[in-house]
Design a protein around this ligand. Structure first.
Ligand code: HEC
Ligand code: HEC
Length: 327
């Protein structure tokens, strides 16, 4: 029986090797076979994916996903040989100059691992020629737009032509994270203790909760408004302009696309916060949606409150989020 198994294994290995050799000779053909049999992929999965896992969520990440590394190491002018050398240099000495200072600050140093150079070269070969798995939050597999021509040997990286769309998806994921953290907590307090208690909760916890999202993501996540309840959330001049733009877009039924500015390795992201009926209990019209006891509690904590009089589906403010292009 053992012998039989051994033969099976031999046959399997033969098939795998044949495929691999074939793919080496004819790289333009069946992409699936090339990918399946690529030694670099296997080594990468065994040695690197533990930390560079594309499936880890934004919060659970312990190292940048490999696709982000690819983007930083390969642009339209980088040859495969240059990339191989750079990757070998890095893995042999992860203290050398980082190309991803944001990742370095966020995740700490990568440990040294004794991996032979030719194994790293295989990984580099695989990364250079193939599309890598995109983690959630990286847009809809943005690598596809990097493809030039149809043949695989031409599958090269060019600068991301739609960097704004790419960073918009990252900004949106932070905004969503913050929104659900605030929303879930607020709903729970309202359910368990009522509106007046919930005001206390917002007062003591809203900024702390958005700060916690900031720390987790190495970003600055703020909720700002043109009509503030807490003056700390006052929008600056630039933000006020965007609030106005979003109000106009909402009124004319246009799409509310995020605003993204990229400058010197920094991204500024803005996205509207829209009211629904739940909000009106504290941000609606006094004595209509805001009950008298809520109103007096609000007046007590926020004597300069300007955040009332809203209706359903109005721009209450914006998410103003700042992060590094390495995030
Ligand atoms: C034990 C976890 C771990 C493993 C395993 C690991 N890495 Fe890393 N890697 C990290 C961390 C953490 C960073 C971010 C630190 C940095 O960029 O300085 C990183 C960053 C990198 C970078 C970006 C370097 C830069 O310019 O900043 C490259 C390239 C890289 N890893 C390649 C690899 C390859 C290839 C493998 C597999 C052979 C691998 N890593 C395995 C943790 C790991
Ligand atoms: C229980 C009452 C309550 C409800 C319900 C409520 N808020 Fe608030 N909201 C507050 C309080 C209190 C603050 C001030 C928080 C602080 O001190 O940081 C606030 C602040 C804000 C801010 C920050 C800007 C500012 O004015 O200080 C935004 C934006 C906001 N709320 C949007 C909403 C939206 C959108 C909803 C509905 C999904 C909502 N709120 C529901 C009580 C509430």
């Amino acid at each position: 029986m053992k012998r039989y198994l051994f033969f099976c294994l031999l046959i399997l290995m033969n098939v795998a090797c044949e495929n691999w050799q074939k793919s080496k000779m004819e790289p333009v053909y069946n992409k699936e076979i090339v990918e399946k049999a690529h030694l670099g992929k296997l080594i990468m999965e065994q040695e690197c994916s533990l930390c560079h896992d594309p499936k880890a969520s934004m919060v659970n990440r312990i190292a940048p996903p490999m696709v982000a590394i690819k983007r930083h190491y390969i642009d339209s002018n980088t040859t495969k040989e240059e990339f191989m050398e750079a990757l070998i240099r890095w893995v042999n000495d992860p203290e050398t100059e980082t190309k991803m200072p944001g990742a370095h600050a966020k995740f700490g140093p990568m440990p040294y691992m004794p991996i032979p150079d030719d194994a790293i070269a295989q990984i580099a070969d695989y990364i250079y020629d193939n599309e890598l798995e995109c983690p959630e939050g990286f847009g809809s597999c943005f690598q596809k737009v990097h493809m030039k021509g149809s043949g695989m040997e031409k599958c090269n990286y060019v600068d991301y032509p739609d960097a704004e769309g790419f960073y918009a998806s990252i900004g949106l994921s932070y905004a969503k994270e913050a929104k659900s953290l605030l929303g879930e907590n607020l709903a729970k307090v309202i359910r368990e203790k009522g509106i007046v208690e919930a005001i206390d909760f917002c007062h003591s916890a809203a900024i702390k909760l958005t700060d916690s999202i900031s720390i987790m993501n190495n970003a600055i996540v703020k909720r700002v408004s043109d009509q503030t309840r807490n003056p700390e959330n006052q929008a600056n001049e630039e933000e006020l302009r965007y609030i106005l733009n979003f109000k106009k877009a909402l009124a004319s039924g246009d799409d509310m696309k995020p605003i993204v500015h990229i400058n010197n390795g920094e991204v500024n992201f803005y996205y509207p916060i829209i009211t629904n009926t739940l909000c009106l209990q504290c941000h609606g019209k006094p004595d209509e949606q805001i009950l008298p006891e809520t109103l007096s509690a609000l007046k007590f904590v926020y004597p300069k409150d300007k955040a009332m009089g809203y209706g359903d589906n109005e721009v209450r403010g914006i998410w103003s989020i700042n992060f590094d292009t390495d995030n």
